[in-house]
Design a protein around this ligand. Structure first.
Ligand SMILES: [Zn+2]
Length: 72
């Protein structure tokens, strides 16, 4: 098993994984809340766990954060 699968299993025991589709839909809102200092895990449960276990969404998240930070 790969490192990511191992990580996914670890996180799976920890909480829900919302999956890529839902993650993608909420990513804009998630990043804005995150940068605003909101409790994102309470507002969008499972997002942080998914981002930690999914390299594709983590990439997207990182570029959105960079983009929004630049705009401020
Ligand atoms: Zn994903």
């Amino acid at each position: 098993m790969t490192e990511n699968e191992a990580l996914g299993r670890l996180l799976g025991a920890d909480g829900p994984d919302i999956g890529c589709d839902a993650c993608f839909e909420e990513l804009d809102r998630y990043v804005e809340l995150e940068l605003a200092g909101a409790d994102v895990e309470a507002i969008l449960p499972g997002m942080r766990g998914h981002l930690a276990g999914c390299p594709a969404c983590a990439d997207e998240h990182a570029s959105l954060v960079a983009l929004l930070r630049e705009r401020r």
